[in-house]
Write a protein that binds this ligand. Structure first.
Ligand code: 13P
Ligand code: SF4
Length: 351
């Protein structure tokens, strides 16, 4: 049974209600009080009343089922702070996936992240709460496109962002994430490197690299929406505001920012610099997650939402734990070459 269609979602909800105590109650509020305390300013109490029974049950059932919850920084605060065991950017999640002791990984993020966990942990069961959680970058390129790029730039190494399918990773020489892309590109032999699939990330890296960077024209539907004009308007409206951006933004946006980094890099920057006011030029939920940890900073929050990340909810996380679905598998033919591309990335990052 899957949560993908409305009717099936209703049936799943009924089954969850038959097995777990999901009614808002004082007992559930009490059981989650410690988690809620730092989130009071972020999540209104009536919302927490609804979340609390799910959080209590998920945290109990994940132990019973020997499962670990990996959550990307774009998860909503009740997931990020309420039920995750490990939270981070794509690189951190990929590395942590190699260390988990539990038999089952619940990947709270998008499909390529769950595939990466499976590639690095073939013996584990990897579940995603909603397999429709895709990514505009991952769907923008195929292995055949990589072959065309190779033909156009003979001898150039292919560096593919982890925001790609297993098939594309398998066709690439090495992967990168937003936090190590420059180091990975610089470590490649030859003077030309092919970067796929994010055209903006590639242009932002090319601006700092000694290599000639040929790139694919994919884009993130969240970050491509930001404009330099919008950032200048923030500075005008809020004098002194710190502006920090993700490198999936267009180069004109990155040029306006005080700092550019991966989601983990942006969080670290705020924790280190503790600016009085900041705008995080990235997906909406991240500011809510950091706000709970840096209460003295005022977050101006442009709410650009990733619809894929937002498919993950407390309800479908509990359903994944309860039902053991939806399992993420990777075709045998892609497993080894995709793992080599991801492991090479981790080796270069650690060296
Ligand atoms: P990070 O690796 O910076 O977390 O980015 C992943 C992503 O999907 C950003 O849109
Ligand atoms: Fe993909 Fe952009 Fe969503 Fe990240 S925010 S998962 S890059 S569509």
């Amino acid at each position: 049974m899957f949560l993908n269609a409305n009717m099936q979602a209703d049936a799943a909800r009924a089954e969850l209600e038959a097995h777990y105590d999901l009614e808002p109650s004082d007992a559930a509020m009490k059981a989650t009080a410690e988690i809620y305390e730092p989130l009071r300013a972020t999540i209104p109490e009536p919302d927490w009343m609804r979340f609390a029974p799910f959080i209590r049950e998920i945290n109990r059932v994940k132990v019973e089922k020997d499962a670990v919850i990996l959550a990307h920084n774009y998860m909503t605060p009740e997931i990020f702070h309420g039920v995750s065991d490990v939270a981070g950017d794509s690189l951190q999640l990929a590395i942590e996936a190699t260390k988990v002791a539990q038999q089952t990984i619940i990947q709270c993020g998008v499909h390529f992240m769950a595939e990466t966990s499976k590639i690095l942990n073939p013996a584990k069961t990897v579940l995603i709460p909603d397999s429709r959680a895709g990514c505009s970058l991952a769907s923008s390129i195929t292995a055949a496109d990589i072959a065309k790029m190779r033909a156009e730039y003979p001898g150039a190494q292919v560096v593919s962002y982890v925001n790609t399918t297993a098939e594309v990773k398998a066709a690439s020489d090495i992967c990168c994430t937003s936090s190590n892309a420059l180091a990975i590109v610089e470590a490649q032999p030859g003077d030309t490197v092919i970067m796929t699939p994010d055209g903006y990330l590639a242009q932002n890296i090319a601006a700092q690299s000694t290599k000639r960077v040929a790139y694919w024209q994919g884009a993130c539907i969240v970050h491509e929406q930001f404009t330099a004009e919008e950032l200048r308007a923030y500075r005008e409206s809020y004098p002194g505001i710190a502006v920090i951006a993700h490198p999936e933004c267009p180069p004109s946006v990155v040029a306006e920012a005080d700092f550019t980094g991966s989601t983990a890099g942006m969080i670290q920057w705020v924790k280190t610099n503790r600016p009085p006011k900041v705008v995080m030029v990235t997906e909406c939920s991240m500011a809510s997650n950091v706000a709970a940890e840096v209460p003295e900073t005022d977050f101006v929050q442009p709410c650009n939402i990733c619809p894929h990340m937002k498919r993950i909810s407390l309800e479908n996380i509990l359903w994944a734990l309860h039902s053991g679905t939806e399992e993420v598998t990777v075709a045998d033919e892609y497993m080894e070459p995709a793992r080599r591309a991801v492991e090479r990335m981790i080796e270069v990052t650690n060296s």
